[in-house]
Design a protein around this ligand. Sequence first.
Ligand code: GLU
Length: 505
Amino acid sequence: MTQIRTRIAPSPTGDPHVGTIYISIFNLAFAKKYGGKFILRIEDTDQTRSRPIYEENIFKSIKWANVHWDEGPDIGGAYGPYRQSERLSIYKKYAEKLVENGKAYRCFATKDELDEMRQVAKKMGKRLGYDRRYRNLSEEEIAKRLKEKQSYVIRLKVPLTGECIFEDGIKGQIVTPLADVDDQVLMKSDGFPTYHFANVVDDHLMKITHVIRGDEWVSSTPKHILLYESFGWDKPVFMHMPLLLGKDGRKLSKRKNPTSTFYFKDSGYLPDALVNFLTLMGYSTKDEKEIYTFDDFLKNFDPTRIGTSGAFFDIQKLDWLNQQYIINTLSEKDLLAKLKAWQFNDDFFEKLLPLCHTRMKTLGDFIALFDFIFVKDINYTDELLTPKSLAKADSQIILYAMMLLLEKQDVLEASKIEKASHEVADLFKINHKKIVMPLLFATVMGKRFGPPLFKSCEILKKDRVRARFLNAIEFLGGISNKKISSIKDGLEKKDLTELLLKAKA
Ligand code: GLU
């Protein structure tokens, strides 16, 4: 019998997303149910966005959740390497094979040509941007261009008519007219494969039998199926899991919700509770039980009970579940151990000491100084978040601009945060000390004064700092997408002065 093999294939292009844990859990459960293997593959072919620190964080966050893989870049396995950047020659070989068989072709379109095609397509209301102009070049023409060393990509020759039909293991039959599928790029001009191509080649070579992934990939699946067919390979079963949704009913996004696993870790959630919570997303047990151990979940896992509609990521429910775990699964001794492992330890306190050493009359002042470090959320007030010289909407805009500048830092560092705060003051032409600083203190600490702000942000780390900015903006009434794009435009033009309503200080 074929061995069941599932995989998680994250791209190291950002903070470790809680969705990676969610999808890992179901892949692991599926593989275990059938005595199979669960693989971790790193999809780092996007050279501009992939970073080693993000890869490291993926490992750390999945391990924190106690989800273990059987093969992966760190532990190896029979089908390695498991990091796509180490498999470039493989993709090249397979892409050439498709070109030789007439299933793919070299496309020499320049950037200007592509821009023009896109504009024409837009004007004509066409769905596809690329007009397939290099699909039928003569052999001589191709040879001539290659001799001239013209740069090219390799595209799949997608059939012009017909349908792609597949049976999704969760959603049922999905039919896509091929007229809606473009001649996708398989190999980019820099010699790197695209996500679609590397993903399919690897799933085939790594003998993946079930591709269990988030619903956002369902529209890519016809492209993948066409690739399997072009190679003449057996297809895996595709199963698209319900999306995690934010309060607004949209896909959970870091622009609106905390999404990084580290946010949950550093905010004091227990990994077992978070994992239990994630198993409830889009899945229901036979007896409607909501609290169980991961082992129990694995033992009783029934893939037919995975739902089809999006799953609300309800933080209040997670809070409740976490409390149940603290009450019911931890003795007082265990609780002490958890507290110590979390933040009540020498390593963490050593980071805090330079910030409080000269600010304490008694030892107990430590608590008042650092309350904001240990609590999950800050209780905001209008007064706190709106310095006199600003309107409410102004505070939101300034906070959002600052948040976007912080986003650019992979890891927050005090000196860079300080620099960003000055940049914000300059771009809005407002007073750094009188406006920006009070607003930032209020947002991060819930008070106007406290220990050094920038060092404190560094200790809180990016995910919790971002969550505070989002909460403060939300408290002030939320911010429209239109305003967000004006802020982005302003940041690009290096001038945000037009955006504020009230007199500037
Ligand atoms: N690299 C893709 C991601 O970042 C993988 C999607 C898939 O599972 O096919 O999620």
